[in-house]
Design a protein around this ligand. Sequence first.
Ligand code: AMP
Length: 217
Amino acid sequence: MEFKARLVSWNEIVDWCLSIRKEIVNSYSPEIIIALSRGGLVPGRLLSDYLWIKDLYTIKTEHWGITASKDATAKIREDPTIPVKNRSVLIVDDITDTGKSMKLASDFIKKLGPEEVKTATMLHIDHSSFKPDYYATEVSNKEWTWFIFPWNIYEDVLRLLDKAMTGEHTEEEIITLLASNFDLNISRQLLQDLLSNFRQSGKVFRNNQKWRIIRTS
Ligand code: AMP
């Protein structure tokens, strides 16, 4: 197996965000949420609702350029003006893995003169160099997994197929490849939906019953 990947359900997202909310209401009163784009956008929006915080902003951090392969350095792509001065801030992301994105964002926001800054993620991998103040689930480094969030499924599965497919494969073969390379079990129906999108988007080619990735580089 190359590495483990798993599909995350919308129900899990809701459960994890509700569990973060539960911890926060007893200990912190943020006035503004900053969601890290793109992974923290949906959790940030849910927490904005669950915590009654209408002031929701985003900043973009980047370093996992492509699914399960990291760029060397994390960077903030924009330099936005966010009204955090003298206010209590909650920074939200989906997961802390290396922890670089959250560290970068939190250092960046701290320089803007907030009253207080706290951080929250749904998942926290225990090898992360940055530990969020609030997280719903801790994942052991030994169990390292690439989590396919429901908002990233097309991008992630295409990347996995790109890693696993060597030539032309039938749907059954693709399902087997995903299972053996990533311990990822996906239904035939889901695979067909994904392949249909990929095909319309010019990312895969179908020849009779076989599929091939269109690689541009
Ligand atoms: P980090 O390595 O903590 O800076 O993670 C940066 C971003 O990369 C996260 O906000 C996620 O969107 C994505 N990411 C990192 N590790 C994973 C993982 N194991 N599963 C899914 N997404 C991840």
